[in-house]
Design a protein around this ligand. Sequence first.
Ligand SMILES: O=P(O)(O)OC[C@H]1O[C@H](OP(=O)(O)OP(=O)(O)O)[C@H](O)[C@@H]1O
Ligand SMILES: NC(=O)CC[C@H](N)C(=O)O
Ligand SMILES: [Mg+2]
Length: 500
Amino acid sequence: MCGIVGFYGPEPVAADIVVGLTALQHRGQDAAGIVTFDDTFHLCKGNGLVNDVFKPKHVKKLKGNIGIGHVRYTTQGSNDSELAQPFTTSYPFGLSMVHNGNVINFREVAQRLHDKYHVLPKTSNDLELIMYTFASELRIKDLDHLSVIDIFDAVETTQELVKGAYATITVIAGHGLLAFNDPLGIRPLVLGCRQTPDGPVYAFASESTCFDYLGFEFVKNVGPGQAVFIDKDLKVHYKNPYNVPKAFCVFEHIYFAREDSVIHGRLVARERVRLGKILARKVIEAGLEPDMVIDVPSSGYFAASGLAEAIGVPYRRGLVKNNHMGRSFIVSSQAGREDVVKKKLNPIREFVEGKKVAVVDDSIVRGTTSRRIVRILREAGALEVYFISSAPPIISPCIYGIDMAMSTDLIAANYTEEEICRYIEADRVIYQDLNDLQDLFAEERGHGGCFACFSGRYPTGDVTKYLRHIQEERESHRSKKDRHQAASSVSAKAPAPTEH
Ligand SMILES: O=P(O)(O)OC[C@H]1O[C@H](OP(=O)(O)OP(=O)(O)O)[C@H](O)[C@@H]1O
Ligand SMILES: NC(=O)CC[C@H](N)C(=O)O
Ligand SMILES: [Mg+2]
């Protein structure tokens, strides 16, 4: 799940891009990149966090009043710095693009580019496939008299040809800034505006939290199949398809997005509190009577507070997070994820000792975090540990931009709840009910959700062959160590009957 931003206005944009990307750091920790344009493209990208990649001397060189930025969480291709986004191509006009998501028919798109347009992408990052498809469709227009209709027409053909999830932002050199979303609007993208004495500055961003930092007003969501183009005169043009099906990724609300972002009219923090509150029914039905509710920082907090409120049990912060550690789940190797989890969280013995503790996390994906948490809580003297997930069991791979493409990695795809409970050594595991989750994200605001990782029903139709292609692609980029670990992890997780 990457983070993307794009700015266009009367003043230099590089500093704003850096602030925007910093606010989106939670969406990608592998690499970061910025492209600006004045009379040529200026590019700075590399592996690492925003603070590591962009030093003041780099930002100084990123000249221009238009630009885009990206933080990467790899879901296609390798982690090499060459694959960091943005990518640029010089024809037509000079295009530079960033995207968040994952192209699922990447083999077909690459074949078509080769056969029809004789294009060979430089890397295996799926962004190049979107960019060259768009570029190829644009270059058949009358380039001497390029109109907004031509641009939207090229977008529409790109949306027909490229399947999967993609929220994109593109600089079209000398013409303007373009954003478009995949036909189902799987990934979030918002448009904002800040007034200056010299005129408006427009910005696109994955999440609205960027606008809070930069003093922008929210203008609109870039929804399913939509495109927005800001032209040279800073005039905004919209392409709005009607009656399109929608499938926004619900996992954004559960884990990915920041709590202070508003996505499709819903504040993420509030939805997480609601997720916690509706878990109360299952906790009560299970006959659990915890002495306290604690969260797994960071993303478990709001659900934990909601659950505590609903069952009338005190909430405490029972685990402290080392603020210098990033997110564990989006680290690209299992060894790396385990290392982060180990260094990240520490229990407060005095709070949990002798207590029956309900510990709430947003999700159990591979089981890396939950297993460690239960263990350290017991070592800190907890009497009983109930592990509660505000997401339902994740039983199917995500092919739309979350790096969980292998069902062998997903603990709930391979084991029952009792087996998982034994594996993580908890006294009880409780998952959110899928029906409850679906009710919460029902179409009340005119937006359906993608629940594929919980239900196995993929909104882009029959994906059988794409699932295979994506698994093969991910497998080819795993390190030897990780392949070995993945192969042994399935059998290692097979839990022997244990007593507590
Ligand atoms: O079952 P697992 O494979 O361990 O994955 C799930 C865990 O990973 C995430 O935490 P992460 O550390 O990425 O981020 P956070 O600080 O936002 O909670 C998520 O919040 C869960 O804690
Ligand atoms: N998570 C994402 O959005 C990843 C974008 C793209 N597939 C990449 O790997 O760079
Ligand atoms: Mg977490």
